[in-house]
Write a protein of this length. Structure first.
Length: 94
């Protein structure tokens, strides 16, 4: 269970734009509540949201160099609004 580990989570939502729903938090119940209130709608800028998340994780890695980083992306459809390209994201992640 995640409760047994030292962790931080952050929720970034997107439609045609990317929006922070919270900063990094350690309260899993608060995070679950935020996720439960997310809805689908608008465009889909998934790749832009992933870029935003990657940059945010890079900052975390500077402050917590031993942290194990994870990025989970959930979408309701095909990307229709991103300026970012998946090929560029892959190069930056690897």
């Amino acid at each position: 269970m995640a409760y047994e580990y030292n962790f931080m989570v952050k929720l970034v939502c997107f439609s045609s734009t990317v929006v922070d729903r919270c900063d990094y938090i350690r309260n899993i119940d608060q995070f679950i509540s935020l996720v439960d209130n997310v809805g689908a709608g608008g465009g889909t800028a998934c790749y832009d949201a992933i870029r935003y998340a990657i940059e945010s994780l890079k900052e975390i890695k500077i402050n917590f160099p031993n942290a194990i980083l994870r990025l989970i992306a959930l979408t309701d459809g095909e990307d229709t609004s991103s300026k970012e390209k998946p090929e560029t994201l892959i190069k930056d992640i690897i």
